[in-house]
Design a protein around this ligand. Structure first.
Ligand SMILES: [Zn+2]
Length: 287
């Protein structure tokens, strides 16, 4: 199995979105109110070359995101995109020799605009997302919550993922993506209430394609909730569950916007593999 990190342009958000500040509604308002922009972050989509066919996780950003509805305070004050059409996921996959018909399945960790932005490139694929996320992102309410359902391709009918009562490590439920069971989805609620992550089991490593579960590996390790998660308790519990998973198996943790994600994938560097000083306490707990 080979996994490709596909950088679909860059996004700029506020530091208070990457690391939530304060609590409750105050925390959720900071991405709009704060004037402190973070550095530009990559927007990764992932392609898994699997014997059953290519599986794509998230579709990344798209050039249409350079123009966003001005009436929405989040779009207006809290986010900027930098991407050209040739940086979208479709052209980059073709460059790797992967055509649209080679992609059997697309899994969306959630349906925020920089994860479903490249949907138009996958008219021939099954597109899976959690039922709750599909409902949340749809219609007028979806628009108010910062989704862009009006920009979905008109053929787009996402397939709700069927969760099974099959534990995967500390995750109580899971859903097989590949028939072989070596690519599974697990629920990672927090950033959105029905956010999911995809885990690829590759011999002695687990590769966790974590979407926006956290923006950085470090914020997962130190349990820092981001600035957009609606429920801080739920998000904190998910970060703890991921840390527990990482103690059980060597895990390469790959959030969609972590500037070091592609490098960690290249080096197959598991959490705890090369611990910075600040993370050593966690690593020693992990044994
Ligand atoms: Zn998101």
């Amino acid at each position: 199995m080979r996994i490709h990190a596909i950088e679909t342009g860059r996004v700029r958000i506020k530091q208070a979105q990457i690391e939530g500040r304060g609590h409750g509604l105050w925390r959720q308002m900071q991405p709009m109110l704060s004037s402190e922009w973070a550095d530009w972050s990559p927007v990764y989509a992932w392609a898994i070359e699997h014997p059953e066919g290519v599986i794509v996780v998230d579709t990344g950003s798209a050039a249409h995101l350079k123009s966003l509805p001005r009436w929405h305070p989040y779009f207006r004050f809290a986010v900027r995109f930098d991407i050209e059409p040739e940086q979208e996921v479709g052209p980059q996959l073709r460059h790797l020799g992967i055509g649209a018909r080679d992609v059997k399945i697309v899994v969306l960790t959630h349906m925020h605009i920089d994860h479903d932005g490249g949907l138009a490139h996958f008219p021939h694929s099954r597109i899976l997302a959690s039922a709750g996320e599909i409902a949340r992102a749809s219609g007028v309410t979806g628009g108010l919550l910062g989704y862009l359902p009006k920009r979905w391709p008109n053929w787009f009918v996402p397939e709700p993922l069927a969760w099974q009562p099959a534990a995967y490590g500390p995750f109580a439920t899971s859903a097989r993506i590949s028939a072989a069971g070596d690519v599974v989805a697990v629920p990672t609620p927090g950033h959105t209430p029905n956010h999911l992550s995809v885990i690829v089991r590759d011999s002695d490593h687990e590769i966790m394609l974590a979407g926006d579960t956290s923006y950085l590996e470090s914020t997962m390790l130190n349990g820092t909730v981001d600035g957009v998660s609606p429920d801080e308790v739920v998000a904190t519990a998910t970060l703890a569950r991921i840390r527990e998973f990482c103690t059980q198996r060597p895990t390469v943790y790959l959030p969609a916007h972590d500037p070091h994600a592609a490098q960690r994938l290249r080096e197959y560097r598991a959490v705890g593999g090369l611990p910075p000083v600040t993370e050593r306490r966690f690593v020693s707990v992990a044994g």
